[in-house]
Design a protein around this ligand. Structure first.
Ligand code: 1HE
Length: 263
């Protein structure tokens, strides 16, 4: 049977484009503010990815990637509910970061608060020039709760994150790229296509290499070097032992594979 994606709430849209699945935040009237419904839908999307999917793009409808947590859902929440809510976001964004395949986020406009937390869980961020980043939690009287305290310092360093949250200031696309928040800056209106092109290229990599990059590399980078080197050696051995790797290396030696200079 043809692969299908799970049913999603109307605030999200999903599309299969060959080996790439595109998830679109589709609540532009509310600047893609992340409601509980959307967080649940993101979870359903990642849990229901067909095995034929080798890479994911997260894009957004409208002018903004995401204005972060849906503040209209917050006022009724008790302290304990807040704890459970934050852990729900952690669970879902962990699926983004450590799911089966690489994820490319196409950013534009506001990438703010929880929107930056979602973006930070992706593996590659492509930012249109319109992108601006901010952590307005200081003005709202709250703290980050979707993993930013762990993931954002990894990208930009703790001091830069402290500056963002204490001052509430914005970084534009170029400043964000220089600080480590995105790996690419592209023209307005092209982010989704650029992210798709990257995802299509990623989908052509050997699955065992993509798996090692998503599952092992972040752990190795944070492990003690002694354990890190051992994990690296195990992943090197596992990947190179596959028939797929042997065939790809032979193809290069026979002059049938792309050279680095062809890319
Ligand atoms: C929202 C939200 C939201 C917009 N929750 N409804 N995030 C923030 O503090 C960011 C708050 N948002 C903004 O600063 C601005 O909306 C934007 C800069 C993103 C966009 O500005 P603009 O002028 O294009 O749109 P707008 O007129 O402000 O918003 C359009 C509508 O979206 C409006 O609703 P409407 O019914 O009056 O049309 C807004 O109320 C609504 N809207 N953002 C709910 N965030 C797990 S912890 C994570 C912690 C956080 O994420 S804190 C950061 C929250």
């Amino acid at each position: 049977a043809a692969p299908t994606l799970p049913a999603l709430p109307s605030s999200l849209d999903a599309e299969l484009r060959g080996a790439v699945a595109v998830l679109t935040l589709d609540r532009p009237a509310k600047r893609n503010a992340l409601s509980d419904e959307m967080i649940g839908g993101i979870e359903a999307f990642f849990l229901g990815l067909p095995a034929s999917v080798a890479a994911v793009v997260i894009a957004a409808a409208g002018d903004h990637f995401s204005a972060g947590l849906d503040l209209s859902e917050m006022s009724e929440r008790s302290t304990f509910d807040g704890m459970v809510h934050s852990r729900m976001w952690h669970r879902v964004f962990e699926l983004v970061e450590s799911g089966p395949v690489p994820v490319v986020a196409a950013l534009k406009g506001a990438v703010v608060g929880g929107g930056l937390e979602l973006a930070a869980a992706a593996h590659i961020r492509v930012a249109e020039r319109s992108t601006f980043y901010a952590l307005p939690e200081g003005q709202r009287g709250i703290f980050v709760g979707g993993g930013a305290a762990v993931r954002v310092p990894r990208l930009m360093g703790t001091a830069r994150m402290i500056d963002l949250i204490l001052t509430g200031r914005r970084l534009d696309a170029e400043e964000g790229a220089a600080a480590g928040l995105s790996q690419y800056v592209v023209d307005d209106g092209t982010g989704r296509e650029e992210a798709l092109a990257l995802a299509e290229r990623i989908a052509q990599n050997a699955p065992q290499t993509n798996y090692a990059v998503v599952q092992a590399l972040p752990r190795i980078a944070e492990a003690n070097p002694r354990e890190g080197y051992l994990m690296e050696a195990m992943m090197a051995a596992i990947t190179q032992g596959t028939d797929d790797a042997k065939a790809r290396m032979q193809a290069f030696l026979d002059g049938r594979a792309a050279k680095v200079t062809d890319r």
